[in-house]
Write a protein that binds this ligand. Structure first.
Ligand code: DQA
Length: 148
């Protein structure tokens, strides 16, 4: 059966392309989604790509993933720095999660240096723009292959 990777995007990532392009680049979320889906398909995986500005919706999607996905790629955006609830949801579902950030959060303001999610992540990719999502899909494929 084809493994599914849930790719979740948090608040304001729907504005990519227009939002602070000097930090986040010119690529839109739809363009990143197309790249993620294509790479997942090459690797024999399915990507379920979603975005929400709503913390509870992200948590509900993580909970549902317990029965429907094999791994999670997560850019929780600003919730990264504030949400114990999202980290708890990831921990509760016991699925491998890779944390992604477009920007290098460690080169930015001090409040972005702490992530509540890294504690429950297998790994973290930051600073590589949309390429980070593609790299996360590749890393997840390798993780899932080792698990089988
Ligand atoms: C982000 C980094 C966060 O600090 C910020 O709040 C975002 C995007 C990134 O992808 O670089 O919205 O997660």
């Amino acid at each position: 059966m084809t493994s599914t990777i849930l790719v979740l995007n948090g608040p304001n990532l729907n504005l990519l392309g227009e939002r602070e392009p000097h930090i986040y680049g010119r690529e839109t979320l739809a363009q990143i989604q197309a790249r993620v889906e294509a790479r997942a398909k090459d690797l024999g995986l399915a990507a379920d790509f979603r975005q929400s500005n709503d913390e509870s919706e992200l948590i509900n999607w993580i909970q549902v993933a317990r029965g429907t996905a094999d791994g999670i790629v997560l850019n929780a955006a600003a919730f990264t720095h504030s949400s114990v609830a999202i980290a708890d949801a990831v921990e509760a579902v016991s699925l491998p999660m890779i944390e992604v950030h477009l920007s290098n959060i460690f080169r930015r303001e001090a409040f972005r240096h702490h992530s509540h999610l890294s504690r429950v992540a297998v790994g973290v990719i930051a600073g590589l723009g949309g390429d980070g999502y593609v790299l996360a899909i590749e890393a997840m494929a390798s993780l899932l292959a080792k698990k089988d």
